[in-house]
Design a protein around this ligand. Structure first.
Ligand code: ZN
Length: 117
């Protein structure tokens, strides 16, 4: 689980994926693994970003409405503000999550095809 959220290459676990908060290295400085495998590779990260955003906004929305009794419009505005402020983190962690998911799925597919031969 730690590797999932770490900023390290899924191939060598040494090189950094992100240089800073939002700038990615195109490839691993350690082993040369290319992070963006093909055009549109990070569409899956956009989906992951959506689910992370909802996962983080939903508790705030529920607390705002049921605990602090804000009107729904203000609660939704609060969640929109929270999501906008968290965009750099959502961008970073959705890409890290996507890279790790793709690496694990590739690993499982390879081990499955190795067993068949
Ligand atoms: Zn690497």
């Amino acid at each position: 689980m730690t590797a999932l959220w770490s900023n390290t290459c899924p191939a060598c676990h040494q090189g950094k994926i992100f240089r800073d908060l939002v700038r990615m290295n195109p490839s691993c400085p350690g082993c040369g693994e290319v992070f963006e495998k093909e055009s549109g590779y990070f569409v899956g990260a956009m989906i992951a970003s959506y689910f992370l955003g909802v996962f983080l906004a939903l508790p705030v929305l529920l607390l705002a409405i049921f605990r602090f009794e804000l009107e729904a419009a203000w609660a939704i505005a609060l969640c929109i503000g929270q999501t906008l402020l968290m965009q750099p983190f959502l961008f970073r962690y959705s890409r890290l999550l996507w890279i790790q998911i793709e690496a694990r799925l590739t690993q499982v597919a390879k081990s499955g095809s190795d067993r068949k031969t």
